[in-house]
Design a binder for this molecule. Structure first.
Ligand SMILES: Cc1cc2nc3c(=O)[nH]c(=O)nc-3n(C[C@H](O)[C@H](O)[C@H](O)COP(=O)(O)OP(=O)(O)OC[C@H]3O[C@@H](n4cnc5c(N)ncnc54)[C@H](O)[C@@H]3O)c2cc1C
Length: 449
């Protein structure tokens, strides 16, 4: 007879784990499944290991900037040693997660889950039944129409490289390419980014992205725009990338070609049809309670759901909370998203929350826009940074902040204060009146609004 659970969670990342833990703690019989070692993308092959590498690259950058300003002597990245250090974060994750699950009574299951019918899934040839399912299967690199697509390595493989090759080519100009490009360039590699659109980092403020591009230029990271990759062929130890730039054929060569051209929900091989679970290109189709519109036994969270949430770790966690509330007490909590701050961890980072200037205008707001380069401000001169700027967008009628965009060191921290102000409905004047610790990057905020 098939084993029966109150809840089966597919995925052990941020989208699955909160709900699994809360329901198990409430006394539900819960199973949590993953086809990979437990822990999900962020902790094992995403945010956390990436930021360890970013930390080392920041040190190199800081050292370079301060040359001739009191710092002498070169620092360099020992890639193998850095990877060893990175593994001290990623390797313990699966075992720690599994122990954590067992502590709260969750049944851990290793294997790939697929639906058999509305109440049944199959894993490793075994059928399991549940009253409720949570699909939190995350995302995978998007398939691309490139001949020789198999030669591209993924972000996961990049984060496991034992050696950093001399010359890297990134396909796509999104946050993964930009973050890895800065790491690789500061570790001594030559880097090119091929992006098919007019501008890279499309969701971020265009003016700040242009200033960031000055920094990529200074570091000799070559960004080729309007460049569509057609094919990749292997030629001994190197790869030949054929592309079309506004109709003109271009060829690039490198020792490694990395996929940085977007991610899609990892739900193709889950037999969703058998489970009567409808989907879109963006993920599982859900109602405002994050419940499947076609199978009420199923909820979805994280990168695998088609929702108003950004594909980010804290958002996956937020959605998992919403699902847990609705599972435990019936549908009553809507997925009402707070302001979602996000950062691209280039060096320096670029962070944003809320609307872009264009979005604010398109929504018909009467806005005040404050946009300024800040490299002459004390916070950045102190560390000899040439790349720093901000843009804030304020509703003229109400005084509320509609969006904030910050480029420069500590941007990923300052942006959280703007997110808090937006979530608490504070007016820009409230941020102006605050007393801040000084000298700190946050103490610049009154001059940004
Ligand atoms: C390189 C990189 C850097 C990132 N950096 C950041 C960052 O700095 N900040 C940030 O907020 N976000 C970042 N993200 C995004 C963040 O990692 C994701 O938004 C987050 O991990 C989503 O969580 P999730 O639970 O939805 O999915 P995941 O954490 O991906 O977990 C889903 C799990 O489901 C498993 N699974 C899939 N299908 C099945 C199946 N059929 N059966 C069993 N198991 C299955 C997968 O193996 C996976 O472990 C980054 C992502 C990448 C790739």
């Amino acid at each position: 007879m098939a084993k029966h659970f109150d809840l089966i969670v597919i995925g052990t990342g941020s989208g699955g784990s909160t709900a699994a833990g809360k329901c198990a703690t409430a006394g539900w019989k819960v199973a949590q499944i993953d086809s990979r070692p437990f822990g999900g993308t962020c902790a094992r092959r995403g945010c956390d290991p990436k930021k360890v590498l970013v930390g080392a690259a920041e040190l190199i950058d800081w050292n370079l900037r301060m040359k001739g300003h009191g710092i002498s002597g070169a620092t360099s990245i020992d890639w193998q040693e850095l990877m060893e250090f990175k593994r001290t974060f990623t390797q313990p994750v699966p075992e720690n997660r599994e122990k954590g699950m067992e502590r709260v009574g969750i049944t851990p299951i290793h294997g790939r889950a697929s639906f058999v019918d509305e109440e049944t899934i199959e894993v490793n040839g075994e059928t399991l039944k549940a009253n409720n399912f949570l699909i939190a299967a995350g995302a995978k690199p998007a398939p691309l129409p490139i001949d020789g697509f198999e030669h591209l390595i993924t972000s996961t493989q990049f984060l496991e490289l034992d050696e950093l090759p001399d010359k890297l080519i990134f396909v796509g100009g999104g946050y993964i390419s930009f973050e890895f490009a800065f790491i690789a360039a500061l570790a001594g590699a030559q880097v090119e980014i091929l992006h098919q659109g007019e501008r890279p980092l499309e969701g971020f403020d265009a003016d700040l992205v242009n200033i960031l591009l000055e920094r990529t230029g200074e570091l000799n990271i070559k960004v080729h725009l309007n460049t569509e990759v057609k094919s990749v062929t292997k030629d001994g130890n190197s790869y030949r990338v054929e592309a079309s730039q506004k109709g003109n054929a271009q060829t690039y060569t490198g020792n490694l070609v990395i996929h940085g051209a977007g991610r899609v929900p990892d739900i193709d091989n889950m037999q969703l049809k058998e489970g009567n679970v409808e989907r879109t290109k963006e993920g599982i189709k859900v109602n405002e309670y994050l419940q499947s519109i076609s199978n009420p036994n199923v909820y979805a969270a994280g990168d695998a759901v088609d929702s108003n949430g950004l594909p980010l770790t804290p958002v996956a966690g937020f959605e998992s909370h919403v699902v847990a509330s609705n599972l435990l007490d019936g549908n009553h909590r809507k997925a009402e998203y707070p302001a979602q701050p996000t950062a691209v961890f280039t060096i320096p980072p670029l962070a944003m929350v809320g609307l872009t200037e264009q979005q604010a205008r398109d929504a018909g707001n009467d806005i005040e826009v404050n946009f300024k380069k800040t490299d002459e401000w004390y916070s950045y001169r102190r560390t000899n940074e040439s790349t720093a700027a901000f843009k804030t967008i304020i509703n003229k009628e109400t005084g509320h902040i509609l969006g904030a965009h910050i480029l420069g060191s500590k941007a990923e921290e300052i942006i959280n204060l703007f997110a808090m102000a937006m979530n608490q409905n504070l007016k820009a004047t409230a941020l102006k009146k605050m007393v801040y610790a000084y000298p700190s990057h946050a103490s610049d905020i009154p001059y940004m609004v």
